[in-house]
Design a protein around this ligand. Structure first.
Ligand SMILES: *[C@@H]1O[C@H](CO)[C@@H](O)[C@H](O)[C@H]1NC(C)=O
Ligand SMILES: *[C@@H]1O[C@H](CO)[C@@H](O)[C@H](O)[C@H]1NC(C)=O
Ligand SMILES: *[C@@H]1O[C@H](CO)[C@@H](O)[C@H](O)[C@H]1NC(C)=O
Ligand SMILES: *[C@@H]1O[C@H](CO)[C@@H](O)[C@H](O)[C@H]1NC(C)=O
Ligand SMILES: *[C@@H]1O[C@H](CO)[C@@H](O)[C@H](O)[C@H]1NC(C)=O
Ligand SMILES: *[C@@H]1O[C@H](CO)[C@@H](O)[C@H](O)[C@H]1NC(C)=O
Ligand SMILES: *[C@@H]1O[C@H](CO)[C@@H](O)[C@H](O)[C@H]1NC(C)=O
Ligand SMILES: *[C@@H]1O[C@H](CO)[C@@H](O)[C@H](O)[C@H]1NC(C)=O
Length: 538
């Protein structure tokens, strides 16, 4: 991730933690430094960066012979489930993006829809393998009631194929028929339901999935949406965001689309499925391979450059990301090992100034944060919650100096003026002892203390004040060391909901700041260091 290059740029390092000089690489043990640039932030995420999706797939959606959606569709999900409500509430707030492939074949049962409201049904000769489906207004009411109770922020993906014809070359032609969407939005406003953003379409950019729409047409439809929203919300606050196109990144298509939607567009969304199809045998290998993970840097970087060099004020979001497409892979994308991929994605996206990251899915498919049948949180749920509670808005450059198998991310802390580090150990044999080093930034200081900095000088470790000499660590490991486990341990204790369906508290362990950070093989560690105050975090 350009880390070595960055490393060369600095001459002076100030170490905070005592370790004997040099580094020893004896059996399964590696000593190194996490290097952090504390001078300025490289990105700034939304307060509610963590987002998850809910999809429309009916129980009949099957991939490679397994049907993994159960009753997890927006049309049939048990909204009365206590764990579900608690899981959403716990984020205060969780962003939820409602959408997916079938959103573009969904009709809303509003006044303009004069036919019976029928569910999706399987038909292999139809686009996406299903007939058109319909959202009953009373279901929309129930959903909004649930979102309100859970305190969720809603992004709704509108049907962008309405009114178009699919040409022989697979391209959708004609303008968007927005009447049905307009009716839904008017109904929503009339009912006082708060929608954080209206998103147009799903995976129709670039080459598209199933069909595609040219950037120029998509831009003009997006402007139509914005005008409509502006007029409907004329006297209504808060105003919703205009979001598009929710597809796969394609440099030329995105560039043209962003040019032509300035200044209409608030958020440009893209989707990520970089690990291959769910059926692939090599998913775990790829998840644990640092150079494979770095394969996404190019996309994040290109989109970041397009936005930086454009007059648009649109921000980048990952609108849907499930890693492995066609519903993921049971015991991989819903197991402990997936937290390496997921947290690495969150860290990398944030470092390229992505504001929000929506995980496919909150529930449904083989990649749910929650188990589709029991609603119990999978390991990634707890990873998401820890990220949400600990990683603050400002993103710092960070890297580990000894091995690519340690992925290091740092943000200003969400809970203090200090910092939070995230370290992922992709190696199954090596325990890492990490010390932390900072570039020599003017104005770097400890709370309650001041220091004169000399190059390569070690700052005396802080002591004297209650609480100051400790940092908070959250170590995540797989139950029985099994990467395919759906049970995760926090500091050695199993995380699970209790019999009332409450999400357990996530308690840190306190570690004396003079100790190096120990990162066990195949483990994930969040480290909150409240007493290190960097210029980028003030
Ligand atoms: C990495 O940091 C350690 C200190 O923990 C140091 O001894 C070692 O020389 C550094 N290695 C590289 C390649 O910079
Ligand atoms: C499936 O869809 C095709 C094309 O729309 C249609 O001709 C056919 O009658 C449908 N089959 C069933 C069983 O509904
Ligand atoms: C657009 O859709 C509405 C139903 O939502 C329909 O009444 C209308 O005729 C359609 N407009 C066009 C131009 O096809
Ligand atoms: C929506 O809010 C307005 C103003 O707060 C109120 O007058 C109206 O009754 C509400 N409508 C519904 C359907 O709750
Ligand atoms: C859900 O949990 C049950 C009980 O732990 C387990 O048997 C099942 O495999 C899980 N389902 C999925 C899709 O992960
Ligand atoms: C650990 O190292 C041994 C010997 O090199 C190797 O056989 C084993 O597969 C490694 N285990 C893991 C989990 O990487
Ligand atoms: C479950 O946890 C919650 C909060 O942690 C607590 O209030 C509740 O009493 C617990 N329920 C049971 C049955 O232990
Ligand atoms: C932290 O560790 C150092 C070195 O072992 C020790 O001198 C100090 O008393 C410890 N601090 C606390 C607060 O326990």
């Amino acid at each position: 991730m350009g880390f070595r290059f960055w490393l060369l740029g600095f001459c002076f390092w100030v170490c905070f933690f005592f370790l004997c000089c040099g580094s020893v690489n004896s059996e399964g043990f590696l000593r190194g430094r996490v290097l952090i640039d504390g001078k300025s932030a490289i990105g700034r995420i939304d307060e509610d960066f963590v987002c998850a999706t809910l999809d429309w797939w009916p129980p009949e959606k099957c991939d490679y012979g397994t049907c993994s959606w159960g009753q997890a569709s927006l049309l049939n999900l048990d909204l009365g489930n206590n764990i579900l409500l608690n899981a959403v509430k716990e984020f205060k707030p969780l962003k939820l993006r409602l959408g997916g492939t079938l959103q573009d074949k969904l009709i809303y049962d509003t006044e303009d829809h004069r036919e019976p409201c029928i569910y999706f049904s399987r038909n292999a000769s139809e686009l996406f393998g299903f007939t058109q489906g319909c959202l009953p207004t009373n279901r929309w009411d129930q959903l909004n009631d649930f979102f309100k109770k859970g305190g969720a922020k809603i992004i709704f993906g509108l049907n962008a194929l309405n009114g178009r014809e699919i040409a022989a070359n697979g391209c959708s032609i004609g303008a968007w028929n927005y009447t049905n969407a307009e009716m839904l939005i008017r109904y929503t406003v009339k009912k006082n339901y708060t929608i954080h953003g209206w998103e147009l379409g799903n995976e129709l950019s670039g080459n598209g999935v199933g069909t595609r729409i040219l950037a120029e047409q998509y831009a003009s439809d997006t402007i139509v949406l914005q005008n409509m929203v502006q007029s409907i919300y004329k006297d209504i606050e808060p105003k919703p965001l205009i979001i598009a196109p929710g597809g796969f990144f394609d440099e030329n298509w995105y560039k043209e689309f962003i040019d032509k939607t300035t200044p209409t567009l608030d958020v440009v969304t893209h989707h990520i499925y970089n690990l291959g199809p769910g059926v692939d045998e090599h998913l775990v290998e790829r998840i644990l391979d640092p150079s494979y993970l770095d394969g996404m840097v190019d996309t994040f970087n290109k989109l970041h450059e397009i936005l930086k060099n454009s007059p648009t004020s649109a921000k980048a979001w990952v609108g849907e990301s499930g890693g492995a497409y066609n519903s993921g892979h049971n015991l991989v994308t819903n197991a402990f090992v997936f937290s390496f991929w997921y947290l690495d994605q969150l860290g990398m996206a944030a470092a390229y100034d992505t504001k929000t990251y929506c995980r496919q899915t909150l529930i449904g498919g083989n990649y749910g944060l929650l188990n589709t049948t029991t609603f119990e949180p999978n390991p990634d749920y707890y990873s998401a919650l820890l990220w949400h509670r600990l990683m603050g808005r400002n993103v710092l450059t960070a890297g580990f100096n000894r091995t690519e198998k340690i992925r290091a991310y740092a943000h200003c802390s969400k809970q203090s003026k200090g910092i939070t580090l995230l370290l992922l150990n992709l190696d199954g044999n090596t325990t890492v002892h990490a010390e932390i080093a900072f570039n020599r930034a003017r104005g770097l200081h400890h709370k309650h203390r001041s220091h004169k900095h000399k190059s390569n000088a070690r700052i005396p470790r802080p002591h004297g004040l209650e609480g100051e000499a400790f940092r908070e660590e959250y170590h995540l490991t797989a139950k029985d060391g099994n990467l395919h486990s759906q049970t995760v341990l926090l500091n050695g204790n199993i995380l699970s909901v209790n019999s009332s369906g409450n999400i357990p508290p996530l308690e840190p362990q306190h570690v004396n700041s003079s100790e190096p950070i120990m990162v066990a093989p195949f483990s994930i560690v969040f480290i909150h260091i409240p007493n290190i105050v960097l210029p980028a975090c003030r």
